[in-house]
Design a protein around this ligand. Structure first.
Ligand SMILES: C=C(O[C@@H]1C=C(C(=O)O)C=C[C@H]1O)C(=O)O
Length: 96
């Protein structure tokens, strides 16, 4: 990951046109990975939630959700927002 990046200097342009093309391909690959991971995460979260509720348990587990929020807060307020969206996706249609 990131091994194709050229050295960066303040006075240089960040990347040539050709490098931008390569970097865009990397973004496209990363987006595909992120999308697949988000879809799988939502699926797994819904399986756990449905299983727990089927045996009379609660829909949400507060301390687990706090851990997820903390994890993504490494990215600041936007990370916290991202974690909230992931948790909502994991709740499925009932979560909205
Ligand atoms: C996935 C679970 O169920 C719910 C969904 C969570 C999640 O998407 O991360 C976390 C806690 C629960 O509210 C779980 O209990 O681990």
């Amino acid at each position: 990951m990131g091994d194709a990046l050229p050295p960066q200097h303040d006075t240089d342009l960040p990347a040539s046109e050709a490098e931008i093309e390569e970097l865009r391909k990397e973004i496209d690959r990363l987006d595909a990975e992120i999308l697949a991971a988000v879809k799988r995460r939502s699926e797994v979260s819904q399986i756990i939630g449905r299983t727990r509720m089927a045996s009379g348990g609660p829909r949400l587990v507060h301390n687990r959700e706090m851990k997820v929020l903390e994890r993504f807060s490494e990215l600041g307020q936007e990370g916290h927002t991202l974690a909230m969206l992931l948790l909502r996706l994991g709740r499925g249609p009932l979560g909205r």
